[in-house]
Design a protein around this ligand. Structure first.
Ligand SMILES: Cc1ncc(COP(=O)(O)O)c(C=O)c1O
Length: 357
């Protein structure tokens, strides 16, 4: 009697999903989490899509699967071939997983400024990782150009080209967009997220605009050092990139082909300073029990700001891109926070979470 009595309330808290076949079918269908404390604080309804629950640990599993699936459908890659990509990390991790699951080789070019955790993980997943100097896109030695050239130089290889291959946007239009719409039952006033390739924002944004007859506002959030806010608010002027951010995987110096599919429909944009993102990262841990990377924290800070712009009672969703696991040696290190001038941005009562030296 006792065990079942005790199990009942616990079981009610879990949702069952039917079984899926392998890694690829486990991508997507992530929960949409109601962020209770922030919703109460703002008098709005703030939701975060738990993309860290994808089997490769990030939102980029969707893009990785979409890029490979569309290439297979178009017969651009044959069994046993090589997938090549230029990636700052998460897309590479998604691709490495999908390559193992589907039997492809995986070669990853990345700027040598990325965290060691991400490089190590890619290698553990069997990818051939090639860190190269971090130079601007205009430079022929940029990691993306090196990836393309390598794929062109060997037989049965595909450069997935996550930045300008719109299969990336399409993956979100087909999966995360409909999921968010269904999970909010179409009652969504705003959606906002930061962009790297732009696939997430463009794919979800396009779907939400179509389904809501343009009523759901779709905004772009930028980290410092990205040019997209100024591009959107100036009506299309592209300025030189300057400044930097602690966030990884987001921020852009150009309009990628993925973002180009949607940028004219973006309702607005603003920049979130690192001080706000890091404070939100610690607050989400303390008040919601969510251990998230800096791009997710930026997204939630932006969702709060957008909800406040849209007014009391509004409903806003964003993306919780990945967990803090890949960045913890930086994000929870006092020395690192001090070196970035961010230690004082973390409120006194949250300083206890800075557990690393
Ligand atoms: C942690 C993280 N957040 C956000 C993004 C941005 O997603 P998208 O490339 O779809 O704009 C990325 C992209 O790599 C990422 O790695």
């Amino acid at each position: 009697m006792l065990p079942s009595l005790r199990a009942a309330p616990l079981a009610r808290g879990f949702h069952s999903h039917s079984a899926v076949r392998g890694f690829t079918e486990a991508v997507g269908n992530t929960p949409l989490i109601y962020l209770k404390t922030l919703s109460e604080k703002t008098g709005c309804h703030i939701y975060g899509k738990a993309e860290f629950q994808n089997p490769g640990g990030s939102v980029k599993d969707r893009a990785a699967l979409g890029l490979i699936r569309e290439a297979e459908e178009q017969e651009l890659i044959k069994p046993g071939g090589t997938i090549v990509e230029g990636t700052a990390g998460n897309t590479g991790i998604g691709l490495a997983h999908v390559c193992r699951a589907k039997g492809y080789k995986c070669v990853i070019y990345m700027p040598n400024t990325q965290s060691q955790e991400k490089i190590d993980l890619l290698r553990m997943l069997g990818a051939d990782v090639r860190p190269v100097p971090a130079v601007a896109f205009e430079n022929p030695k940029n990691y993306n150009h090196q990836a393309r050239e390598y794929a062109e130089s060997i037989p049965n290889a595909l450069w997935t080209n996550q930045f300008d291959n719109t299969a990336n946007t399409h993956a979100h239009y087909l999966s995360s967009g409909p999921e968010i719409w269904n999970q909010t039952q179409g009652k969504l006033d705003g959606f906002i997220c930061a962009t790297g390739t732009g696939g997430t924002l463009a794919g979800i944004g396009k779907y939400l605009k179509e389904k809501s007859d343009g009523k759901t506002q779709v905004w772009l959030a930028d980290p410092p050092g990205s040019v997209l806010t100024s591009y959107i608010t100036s009506g299309g002027k592209l300025v030189e990139r300057s400044g930097s951010s602690i966030t990884e995987g987001i921020g852009q110096g150009r309009i990628t082909d993925n973002l180009a599919t949607f940028i004219k429909d973006v309702d607005g944009a603003f920049t979130v300073p690192d001080t706000k993102s890091i404070a939100m990262l610690y607050e989400l841990l303390d008040s919601e029990g969510l251990y998230l990377g800096a791009s997710s924290a930026l997204n939630v800070a932006a969702a709060v700001e957008l909800a406040q712009k849209l007014g009391p009672g509004s409903t806003v969703a964003t993306i919780l891109c990945d967990g803090a696991y890949r960045y913890q040696s930086r994000l929870f290190s006092r020395k690192w926070l001090v070196s970035k001038g961010l230690e004082t941005a973390i409120p006194e009562h949250l300083q206890k979470y800075i557990v690393l030296e």
